[in-house]
Design a protein around this ligand. Structure first.
Ligand SMILES: *[C@@H]1O[C@H](CO)[C@@H](O)[C@H](O)[C@H]1NC(C)=O
Ligand SMILES: *[C@@H]1O[C@H](CO)[C@@H](O)[C@H](O)[C@H]1NC(C)=O
Ligand SMILES: *[C@@H]1O[C@H](CO)[C@@H](O)[C@H](O)[C@H]1NC(C)=O
Ligand SMILES: *[C@@H]1O[C@H](CO)[C@@H](O)[C@H](O)[C@H]1NC(C)=O
Ligand SMILES: *[C@@H]1O[C@H](CO)[C@@H](O)[C@H](O)[C@H]1NC(C)=O
Ligand SMILES: *[C@@H]1O[C@H](CO)[C@@H](O)[C@H](O)[C@H]1NC(C)=O
Ligand SMILES: *[C@@H]1O[C@H](CO)[C@@H](O)[C@H](O)[C@H]1NC(C)=O
Ligand SMILES: *[C@@H]1O[C@H](CO)[C@@H](O)[C@H](O)[C@H]1NC(C)=O
Ligand SMILES: *[C@@H]1O[C@H](CO)[C@@H](O)[C@H](O)[C@H]1NC(C)=O
Ligand SMILES: *[C@@H]1O[C@H](CO)[C@@H](O)[C@H](O)[C@H]1NC(C)=O
Length: 879
């Protein structure tokens, strides 16, 4: 726990939203970053000026400096590792309309120091377009993209799939006279291979060229070199002469084979030719160019048009492999065989549409303004890159609109924000829902652009947190209902007076009627009308008939046994009977009856009625045909059919909503005190219903004596703070709910002494893995192939926050509900998002969908061999 706290504080300190880079190198349009370098440095050979990212405005991630270089090809030996945010972007300055090459280098120090980053996979995106996956099983990976700037900056992002993303170096190079994009700014090229054919010596790179020309890994037997060939007949060679001066030839046929992703994609092939034999004349070397067996160029002759240089650009669709063959036209036509000096292969990616620019700019502005006043705010500090793609940033919800995304909801409630509401909120044209918390007198300070918007729903204040250091919004407490039960059973300690806290000033709310046939009548939160809940009174005979004299026992409840039965009109019921021997059960019976008589919520088990004849105390509920969550997670039912992740998520959300209702019940918090998976029941449609209110209590109010009652709860779920201080608060339920979330994630019971010692306690066991970001290892093996990594992370983060030892650090139920809603949306709408993006012509590079295919076992994600997908490393300073 202490470990987690310090990790969390550490992450707070180093969270970053963006880095704005000022390039100050020899070539001042170069940006060269060494992540986590102890200082800026100038490479003595190339005079490239490397800057460290350590002093950039809000730096995120922790540093790992290896004790020796990862390979002898590359001298840099550091990584920045992002353990706490699912997405993180470097914001690099660009010039609109200029073409750029961008290159990220990812070194894995595992082979030099057995620590980190282990077992990570993440996507690399240029802007919102995913161009590659990096897998930590490769010691070093290099990802290079070519794009045309359409703005004054570009985001280079790492998006977590598994484990923690990391990066060692990042370079941005402007490209002049780029033949790559031909002015097309709607695509991004991802380098697959760039080969200096025939070169077996040393890679050619800066300062000879801004690109890195790999040496020829399969030097042809006919490699040739000519150091004194000059180019004539063209100005525009695009490739340095040094690269062209080596080549391969063959008598009949030259072949190059490149392996590709398994699915069909569009590729761009660039072939470069320079005639190195000065005695050759036109017509002496003539060949056809075939790609995957299809002729794309007939009778190609380099020497045509009085020049000894040609470059050929070919666009093809291909999967799995690309076979380039240069075939000599028959010997009587062509005396010599084909030649090739260099080639490049790029994958052509359509840009993935992002958020509408105005909303992006506004979010940056809002974040910066709020961060100035709230520098430690975790949510704001996690905002990086596009607000909606590939998934909405924390606290935001988005919708596709025309060919982009717009922000429709913004929720920074319960973030204890200080300062006024930024005026720029008004620039979010499509905002329909704004929640903003913990700032007194906010209403009067709504910016003008927002206050007059008719379709905007706003929610303010309501940081329901007794531990908050900041003033809570002004509240008024009015007693509006008194309830008197008709039976002694109903006159118990709790629930005589209901107080209702409300925000709006409604001075005349004093009248209320009592519903005749209601045991309790409660003022509705919405409109002060009475909404009576009808509770039936059953005769003992009726109960005995329904249960066939208590024939089928289906469980043990808080104070007695539970039997299954069927009422006369066919409704299936569960009947809870206080055991005759238990004197202690009376209070729980009364408690539950009172509470359930007064409350009603979709996610709480409703009470149908009761019976108290002949000293029998019996409660009647509808029968929940899908049993308990516990049984479904690791009981008999789980063995028959494991619960899938989507269902688990919706159960978690349902249960959280039920608890939220309890905690905000009529303005006075009711604490369940026995939240556990066996008390979360599932109806026929798998809707979660929280049950068993035998221990429930009102939260102590100011003036109540501090230490209360005996501590109640179930081992494994019990809040350690409540246990040690006996101070009851809603946060005790939050702790127990956190344990339930861990059960949902892991499919394990909270306590099991039959496991190895370090796995007895689910909470302790899970924490170990979560703090190392190794959540795959706690995920229930039965759902391994079927969850969205980001959704899972959101739930893990909520669970972790819930089980904080100190209740003050735990979230409130409304935060939890909101987070689970986000997770639910991410899990279920990723495909919707995908569809909308595809329909916009964005093809299938949508990140979330790739992320969805988890984990490694069944993944059909791109798995090109490393030399192709991720080029071999280069030292930062060759030559
Ligand atoms: C960061 O700033 C501090 C103080 O200005 C300086 O001493 C340190 O060298 C800088 N570090 C880097 C990596 O630039
Ligand atoms: C590329 O073009 C820019 C302006 O268009 C110029 O400043 C720069 O020097 C050029 N770079 C090279 C290597 O030619
Ligand atoms: C840009 O490339 C895309 C995909 O190859 C193509 O559909 C589009 O027509 C091109 N646009 C221009 C202006 O060339
Ligand atoms: C290339 O040379 C090697 C040995 O020098 C030989 O084994 C191989 O067969 C040759 N390949 C071709 C295609 O000529
Ligand atoms: C060309 O130059 C390289 C290095 O400068 C040398 O190794 C090579 O032998 C030269 N080749 C010819 C054909 O002169
Ligand atoms: C290229 O492939 C063809 C057909 O597979 C083969 O006959 C030829 O020898 C290959 N050329 C070289 C130089 O390996
Ligand atoms: C260069 O070209 C001439 C004329 O076609 C030819 O005779 C000679 O063999 C070629 N040299 C090489 C090294 O290919
Ligand atoms: C990136 O930096 C530029 C320049 O400082 C800034 O205008 C822009 O809003 C930033 N973009 C994002 C998404 O952070
Ligand atoms: C989006 O589409 C709607 C109609 O479908 C149109 O009225 C609106 O102007 C469009 N907005 C933009 C920004 O193109
Ligand atoms: C990462 O690489 C390892 C080893 O090659 C492989 O087993 C694993 O499936 C890869 N992960 C992903 C997500 O591609």
């Amino acid at each position: 726990m202490d470990f987690i706290d310090s990790a969390r504080v550490g992450s707070l300190l180093c969270l970053i939203l963006l880095i704005i880079i000022d390039a100050t190198c020899s070539r001042e349009d170069f940006v060269s970053i060494q992540c986590c370098a102890p200082s800026d440095s100038i490479d003595p050979k190339t005079s490239i000026s490397w800057i460290s990212d350590s002093n950039l405005t809000h730096i995120n991630g922790r540093c790992l400096i290896f004790d020796r270089p990862v390979s002898n090809e590359i001298s840099y030996k550091g990584d920045r590792i992002f353990e706490t945010v699912p997405k993180w972007c470097y914001n690099l300055t660009t010039r609109n309309g200029q073409d750029y090459l961008i290159r990220g280098t990812f070194l894995n120090g595992l082979n030099v120091r057995n620590s980190y980053p282990a077992d990570s996979t993440f996507a690399v995106t240029v802007g919102t377009t995913s161009i590659a996956q990096v897998n930590s099983s490769d010691d070093k990976s290099e990802v290079e993209g070519v794009f045309r700037a359409t703005n004054h900056y570009i985001d280079f992002c790492l998006v977590k799939d598994k484990g923690s993303p990391y990066i060692s170096m990042l370079e941005l190079r402007p490209l002049n006279d780029s033949a790559y994009l031909e002015g097309n700014s709607s695509v991004i090229l991802k380098l697959v291979q760039r080969v200096d054919v025939g070169n077996t010596q040393q890679k050619i790179r800066y300062p000879d060229d801004d690109r890195i020309w790999n040496t020829d890994a399969n030097p042809n037997n006919y490699s040739i070199q000519s150091n004194n060939t000059a180019i004539y007949g063209t100005q525009n060679t695009f490739v340095p002469l040094e690269v062209l001066q080596t080549a391969a030839t063959a008598m009949e046929q030259l072949n190059f084979s490149i392996s590709l992703e398994a699915s069909e994609k569009e590729y761009m092939i660039l072939l470069y030719f320079l005639e190195l034999n000065s005695s050759v004349t036109m017509g002496e070397r003539v060949f056809n160019i075939n790609i995957n067996g299809v002729m794309v160029h007939d009778r190609f002759d380099i020497l045509q048009n009085s020049s000894n240089y040609k470059q050929v650009v070919i666009k093809v669709k291909a999967n799995e492999s690309l076979d380039i063959s240069l075939i000599r036209v028959s010997a009587d036509v062509s005396a010599l065989g084909p030649i090739c000096n260099a080639y490049e292969v790029f994958k052509v990616q359509n840009r993935t549409p992002g958020t509408v620019q105005e909303d992006v700019d506004t979010i940056v502005e809002v974040r910066d303004e709020l961060l100035a006043a709230n520098p430690d705010n975790v949510v704001l500090r996690s905002w990086s890159g596009d607000p909606c793609v590939p998934f909405p940033l924390k606290g935001l919800a988005c919708e596709p609109r025309n060919s982009t995304f717009v922000i429709t909801k913004l929720n920074v409630r319960n973030n204890r924000l200080v300062g006024s509401i930024p005026e720029s909120f008004a620039n979010l044209q499509h905002l329909i829902n704004l929640s903003y918390g913990c700032n007194p007198q906010l209403d009067s300070r709504l910016p003008p652009g927002l206050s007059n918007r008719s379709n905007l729903i706003t929610e303010f204040g309501d940081c329901v947190d007794q531990d908050s250091q900041h003033p809570l919004p002004q509240r008024r407490t009015v007693i509006i209902g008194t309830i008197a039960g008709g039976s002694v059973l109903f006159t118990i300690a709790i629930g005589v007076v209901f107080t209702y806290v409300y925000r709006h000033i409604r001075p005349n709310v004093t009248k209320h009627a009592m519903a005749k046939n209601a045991v309790f009548s409660m003022p509705s939160m919405d409109d002060f009308k009475l909404s009576p809940i009808c509770i039936q009174i059953f005769s003992l005979q009726c109960i005995e008939t329904a249960t066939c004299k208590y024939k089928t026992m289906i469980g043990e409840g808080g104070f007695g046994s539970v039997y299954r039965g069927t009422l006369l009109h066919g409704q299936e019921v569960a009947v809870k009977v206080r055991s005759a021997t238990s004197t202690q059960g009376t209070r729980e019976f009364e408690n539950e009856l009172n509470l359930l008589s007064a409350i009603q919520h979709e996610n709480l088990v409703p009470l149908l009625g009761y019976c108290c004849e002949n000293d029998q105390q019996i409660l009647v509920y509808p029968f929940m045909s899908n049993g308990s969550l516990q049984d479904r997670l690791y009981g008999e039912a789980a063995k028959r059919k494991p619960l899938d992740w989507q269902t688990r998520l919706s159960i978690a959300l349902g249960a959280a909503r039920g608890l939220l209702y309890l905690h905000s019940f009529a303005g006075r918090c009711v604490i369940h005190r026995d939240v556990k998976s066996s008390n979360i029941l599932l109806d026929h449609s798998m809707c979660a219903k929280v049950a068993d209110f035998g221990f429930s209590k009102y939260a102590p109010q100011e003036g109540d004596s501090g230490v209360s009652l005996e501590v109640r709860g179930t081992a494994g779920y019990l809040d350690p703070e409540y246990y040690s201080t006996q101070q009851l608060s809603a946060k005790s339920d939050v702790f127990s709910f956190g344990v339930v979330l861990l059960e949902i994630i892991s499919g394990r019971e909270p306590l099991n002494i039959h496991r190895p010692r370090n796995e007895w306690s689910l909470v302790e066991w899970a924490k170990t893995f979560i703090r190392e970001a190794r959540i795959e290892e706690i995920v229930d093996p039965t759902i391994k192939a079927g969850y969205h990594a980001e959704a899972m992370w959101r739930v893990v983060e909520v669970a972790l926050a819930c089980i904080e030892t100190f209740s003050a650090y735990r979230p409130c139920m409304d935060d939890i509900v909101r987070e689970l809603e986000d997770a639910f949306i991410i899990e279920n709408n990723a495909s919707e998002y995908m569809k909308s993006i595809e329909s916009l012509g964005g093809s299938n590079h949508f990140l979330s969908v790739e992320r969805k295919i988890l984990p490694s076992v069944t993944t059909p994600t791109p798995s090109e061999p490393s030399p192709i997908f991720f080029q071999a490393m280069d030292p930062p300073s060759p030559r």
